[in-house]
Design a binder for this molecule. Sequence first.
Ligand code: ADP
Length: 158
Amino acid sequence: MKTAIYPGSFDPITLGHLDIVRRAADIFDKLIICVMVNAEKNPMFSLEERLELVQRVTKHIPNVEADTSDLLLAEYARKKGANIVVKGLRVVSDYERECQMALINKKINPDLDTFFLPAREQYTYLSSSIVKEMAKYGVALEEFAPQEIIADIMGKVR
Ligand code: ADP
C-alpha cells in the first residue's frame, strides 16, 4: 500500500490545492493531507479550523484523510509509515524551495521521496494568500476557493 503525505498550511485550502489532492489520490492508495502547525505565522484560520475546512472539501474522496502535525515532516512521515511527500509546483521559485526541502527531508529520512505535480495551468497564480487578499477586497471567490468554504472565508474579513 502506497501512502503519500500532502503537507501545507492550507490557510485556507484553495482550488489549486484541491486539484493536487484529486490527482495525487488517483495515483496513490492513500493520501494524508497534513495541516502543518508551523507553516504559517499569522494564520487567518486556526489549526482546527484549517483541518475542518480540508475535511469538509475532501470528505467525498474515499482514500483521502486529513490530519495535523507539529512534527518535522520527515518524522511525521516515518510515524505514518509513508515514504512519499506530494508537492504542487507553480512557478520556478516553488521549485527552488521545494527541491531544497526535498533534499533536507531525504537527508533526515532516507526512505522519504518527494513527488512533484505541476499546478494546473489555471491555478498557477493561485495561493492561499491571494485568496485572502481577494476576500478582503470583496472579489467573488468562486474561481479560487471551494464553494463549500467561501462563506467561512468571507466571514473572516467582515
Ligand atoms: P500556499 O503556497 O498557497 O500558501 P501551502 O503552503 O499550503 O500553500 O502549500 C502547500 C502545497 O501546495 C505546496 O506544495 C504548494 O506548492 C502547493 N500549492 C499551493 N498552491 C497551489 C496551486 N495553486 N496549485 C498547485 N499546488 C499548489
